[in-house]
Write a protein that binds this ligand. Sequence first.
Ligand SMILES: Cc1cc2nc3c(=O)[nH]c(=O)nc-3n(C[C@H](O)[C@H](O)[C@H](O)COP(=O)(O)O)c2cc1C
Length: 369
Amino acid sequence: MKDLFYYEFKNGVKLKNRFVVAPMTTYSGNKDLTLSDEEEMYYRKRGESFGMVITAATAISKHAQAFQNQISIKDETYLPSMKRLAKAIKEGGAKAILQLHHGGRMNAKGLYPNQDIVSASSIKALRDHAPNPRALKTEEVYQVIDDFLQAMKLAIKAGFDGIELHGANTYLIQQFFSPHSNRRNDEFGGSLEKRMTFPLMLIDGAIKVRNQYANRDFIIGYRLSPEEYETPGITIEDTLSFIEKIIERDLDYIHLSLGKYHQSSIRDKNDNEPIISKVKTIVGNQIPIIGVGQIDDCDQAIDALEYGYDLLAVGMASLADPQFVGHIKDKQKPKKTIDDQSFLPQSLFERLDRWKGIEDRGFNLIEKK
Ligand SMILES: Cc1cc2nc3c(=O)[nH]c(=O)nc-3n(C[C@H](O)[C@H](O)[C@H](O)COP(=O)(O)O)c2cc1C
């Protein structure tokens, strides 16, 4: 049986356990998009318990910003803020992974003057009040790739143990892979293969940056959403073809963004095979897979490992209980009350009050004193 309380990557990086704080936006950065003191505390508390912490989606450029008070790594002036973030996570012995993000057509409107909301094509997302994005010109796409790689160089300088490319949850990287948002006919679109160009260029670029500016122990991960609801939209077959390309590259993990770790297709209700089983058939043991989605206690964690996941990302349960792993180790139930002892930034706490479905999972919010 896999040991819950130890993990070693192929590059030799060791984790104190297989639990990972899932990347979670806190909406709580300072006005200038640097890390706030509340956020620093939030990360410090979780770094004491979890093996690895993936940060909130961090904006790689001015136009990448998707949310109010989202932390940024858009230029050198953000280095002190990013150093504080890496240090807060690492102090307790966790590995610190910075999630690199561009929101594309999912950016909220009105975040700053002269906002430029861009995407692969000028197609609105299927949601209420979605902005109409401007299609990036071919040379601008190369600039965005460069922005990601510049951000990665800063992440190395800031002392992170790795980066995660946020290719999931309908944001820009996914928008290039998606036949819904990508209707281009240059090298970045037109066929399944061409829709892979942008994410694969990013991955190849990141590997080059690692070779040049870091060591092989610098972790590079890729987060993806295996399917989309839209028609046309990403299918599981598209994703399996993409994963075949990813595993040819020297990447350290793939992170499957799912609502439930054992979930099957959201497009084909007659297909009951869990997505993870399909992915494992393709990847075998060639690359570690991080699972996520309602891993709320020890039984679910063990079950997820049996499905084939190597690392377990914990979202909501890590928000409620910063000492989640310690409680599991001591055979106690993780705390499900979200209160002062959860050490959450205030804006995040207020958002959770409106988050759908958390009571059904046994979480409850207690107003701060
Ligand atoms: C408050 C909140 C913020 C989130 N922000 C991000 C994010 O910045 N990047 C990301 O990839 N996923 C984000 N997610 C999704 C989580 O990483 C995770 O996939 C999801 O919460 C499911 O895991 P859970 O069931 O353990 O909560 C967010 C989720 C929550 C609850």
